[in-house]
Design a protein around this ligand. Sequence first.
Ligand code: ADP
Ligand code: MG
Length: 431
Amino acid sequence: MTHIQKNITNFGELGLAPKLLSVLEANGFVHPTPIQQQAIPLALEGKDVVGIAQTGTGKTLAFGLPMIQSISRNKGQGLVLVPTRELAIQVEETLQKIGRAIGLQTVVLIGGAPMYMQTKALRHSPHIIIATPGRLMDHMEQKTVNLQNIKVVVLDEADRMYDIGFAPQVKQILRAVPTTRQSMLFSATMPTAIASIATHSMRNPVRVEVAPVGTTAKLIDQAIYMVGKELRLQLLDFLLEKEPGTVLVFSRTKHGAKKIASSIRNMNHTAMEIHSDRSLAQRRAALSGFKSGAHRVLVATDIAARGIDVTGISLVINFDLPNNCEDYVHRIGRTGRAGASGRAVSFATPDERGVLRDIERLIKKPLPILALPILPPKRAQSNSAHLMGHEPRVYNQANNRPRWGGGQRSGGNGQRTNKFSNPVHRSRSRY
Ligand code: ADP
Ligand code: MG
């Protein structure tokens, strides 16, 4: 694989059709982002491409534009595989923004929505299918989808697609697609082990990497609070009072997300939650209400960490650290998108120092630790802090180092699961 460096600043220089250029202009897209500059010409040549670029830097159009152009010129169909329903819907919206003017037909195949509507749309041989692997497999099993005409396949958030749970389905799907296809993988992160599996089915792929894997967007200000679990809700309360803008809070589990959202509502902020226990309709309502500003805070599991593009999220709070370092990059990447600035703060317990070091190694920069502020008193209805069953830990705020009363582990839900140790095949998700 080769690294390509070019310096083009205009969409007109990338080999795109005049029709697409005028749609881009009408949508206010003038200058291609670095990943678009590099990936689009290669993709238009029909090359297999692995595209690595920071969150929020326009990867959707980096594969979307060449895919639309190639489908309209060479006929055939395109397939975009994504890890979540929300991302599928969003990718379709982006592709339609460009494709509508040239009559692009798309279908979204995701769980939680009726099969028959999707089947009906598939009968019209849409130009591009955007799918989550599980629902696409359902259609393959019921023979309601024919993949013989697929000419271009994209795996968006590719490393997640090969993550545990998806890998067997992705492999099966790729086996059902003609081998003569063009393949493209995009992500901001790509662990080496996954990259070697993922590129196995590709034909001499060109790797375009505008920033090293794991690099976070430049304009995100990141910091850590070392805080015992029993003080997290109070710290959250403090941060939400201080922060006037839109806030996205991440929780490692769906159970946690539910509890945090309810605590935030008790703090008199508008909040909704998004996780896999909610119906598709509830998930859509939570996300669109957050986008429209109807509720200022969204509490999410890692289901919302990948790909979701909401303009103007000013603060991301990791109420707990994610299960793997890559997810940290994706979580905080929900802010600081398309050249905007943003802030991300993460709560960590002192026994998570090792995890923090792993994250720092991935993002290749140190994460500053902030002194704990004077916290507001615990709200009466906040219902989880007292469950921790021990006294609040005391921090020496002068040098930001926690003083521990004997290294006991915080109890209960701090268990970290190894994502490679627990194979799940289409089982219920933790997220
Ligand atoms: P990524 O997949 O890299 O995280 P997205 O494709 O979701 O990023 O794009 C992030 C945001 O950047 C979107 O709101 C999109 O409209 C915007 N965007 C994409 N390309 C451009 C461009 N060339 N100029 C300006 N904004 C862009
Ligand atoms: Mg994306």
